[in-house]
Design a protein around this ligand. Structure first.
Ligand SMILES: NC(=O)c1ccc[n+]([C@@H]2O[C@H](COP(=O)([O-])OP(=O)(O)OC[C@H]3O[C@@H](n4cnc5c(N)ncnc54)[C@H](O)[C@@H]3O)[C@@H](O)[C@H]2O)c1
Length: 399
């Protein structure tokens, strides 16, 4: 920890630039500080306040400008500096109350994902946006990818023919230290409020959202999930899944299967595969590498649009569409609503898993998990339907 340092550049934004505050300035908030800092230095925004309930961590790549104020309470900040835009990067279960306060104070939002934790909260936030006339952009940054647009353009141009399925595979490894970093990590609820920090809901939320965005391109609007089936597993005594296979069917959209783990054997950053009668496309969403029918190898499609920059542009010119408006995330939140009611995930142990390393760096891997996930994604099947010995029947929420 260290105290905030004045901006080395000593530059500042013009006084009429949108005044931005960041709530949740440590953790992932540091990457927002870098983005805001760069926009501040070129005069596109003015960073007026940082808020965190903990002391501010140093972020050498984004020194705090000299006149930026630092608060421990977002309400105090809203009353003191009245920002135009509030970036919210606090734990998921705190998003809705902070967002409602910021809207009531007249600010637009860049709200980290998952924006809210159930469809009722989504509706409440939608209502508050309508009542205040403010805007919300959600932190699904991979939606700003030119590679995703190239993929959806190819789909709508018919290059894949009629789509038969959308799937995603991601295999990451998270050590014990990841779950020790914050009180909400790996929790289903905290202080009586749902947290839902599972692999699908949080670290691999982008994989799910990219699939839903592809389905949206097919149907022309955010899809409405009709059936949701999910198998959830964990390798540690956490309350949520670190491994899950989700299948979503929606009216008019191809079926979606998301097969993800934080207990992978080999690293798969995140691949979205779209299959149609005329061909198959693969998007590696974290790297914007895209393979379209006829391509010999994946190619990088550069040109990601930043969410804050896009929000600033949209505020100034409403003909510039928002990349990730709240409405676009409704199907993702519908998935979370289903997960909220799901039973505790199955704890895998014994010979099914292997442990590597020690202390905070210890990881646990599920033997053969990469093959299970790939097969599930390829066949549109859940592990229990593939005869995986440790699999349990899926959860299917009623109604
Ligand atoms: N878009 C992405 O790729 C991405 C990546 C990582 C995290 N996130 C999201 O960012 C959010 C934060 O995640 P994290 O991993 O940084 O969490 P974290 O727990 O590591 O950090 C959250 C910070 O918020 C602060 N905080 C908590 N309650 C607060 C409050 N009421 N007011 C002000 N500050 C408060 C904490 O002190 C902490 O510094 C989550 O919604 C997470 O899903 C998004």
């Amino acid at each position: 920890m260290s105290t905030a340092r004045p901006s080395a550049a000593g530059r500042g934004a013009p006084v009429d630039a949108p005044r931005v505050a960041l709530v949740g300035a440590n953790g992932h908030g540091r990457s927002h500080r870098r983005v805001i800092g760069a926009l501040h230095d070129v005069g596109r925004v003015r960073l007026v306040a940082l808020v965190d309930t903990r002391p501010l961590e140093d972020e050498p790549a984004a020194p705090v400008p000299a006149d930026t104020r630092v608060f421990a309470d977002h309400r105090e900040m809203l009353a003191a500096v009245a920002p135009d835009v509030v970036v919210i990067c606090t734990p998921p279960h705190t998003h809705l109350p902070i967002a409602l306060d910021a809207l009531a104070a007249g600010a637009d939002l860049l709200l980290e994902k998952p924006p809210v934790l159930c469809s009722e909260e989504h509706d409440e936030l939608t209502g508050a946006l309508a009542a205040t006339g403010r805007l919300a952009q959600v932190g699904f940054q991979a939606l700003g990818s030119a590679a995703l647009t190239a993929l959806t353009d190819a789909i709508t141009a018919g290059r894949l023919g009629r789509l038969t399925g959308i799937s995603t595979v991601a295999a990451w490894q998270r050590p014990d230290g990841y779950y020790a970093r914050s009180p909400w990590a790996g929790r289903r609820s905290l202080g009586g409020r749902p947290v839902l920090d599972g692999a699908l809901a949080n670290p691999l939320a982008h994989a799910v959202m990219q699939c839903l965005a592809v389905a949206e391109a097919v149907t022309g609007a955010p899809v409405r999930p009709e059936t949701i089936e999910v198998e959830r597993y964990r390798v540690r005594p956490i309350e949520v899944d670190d491994t899950a296979v989700l299948r979503v069917r929606s009216a008019g959209g191809p079926p979606i299967v998301a097969a993800v783990t934080l207990a992978g054997e080999a690293f798969v950053p995140g691949e979205v595969t779209v299959t149609g009668h005329a061909g198959r496309a693969v998007l590696e969403y974290p790297t914007d590498r895209l393979l379209l029918p006829g391509d010999e190898a994946p190619r990088e499609v550069p040109g990601r649009r930043g969410l804050l920059e896009n929000l600033i542009e949209h505020r100034a010119d409403r003909t510039v569409p928002l990349i990730a408006p709240l409405a676009r995330t409704a199907p993702f939140t519908a998935v979370l609503t289903a997960l909220r009611a799901a039973p505790e995930p199955r704890l895998l142990g014994g010979d099914v898993v292997e442990q590597v390393g020690a202390g905070a760096e210890r990881i646990v891997r599920i033997r053969g998990i990469n093959e299970v996930l790939r097969t599930a994604a390829d066949r549109g099947a859940l592990p229990s339907e593939l005869g995986v010995p440790w699999a349990v029947p899926p959860w299917r929420p009623q109604g």
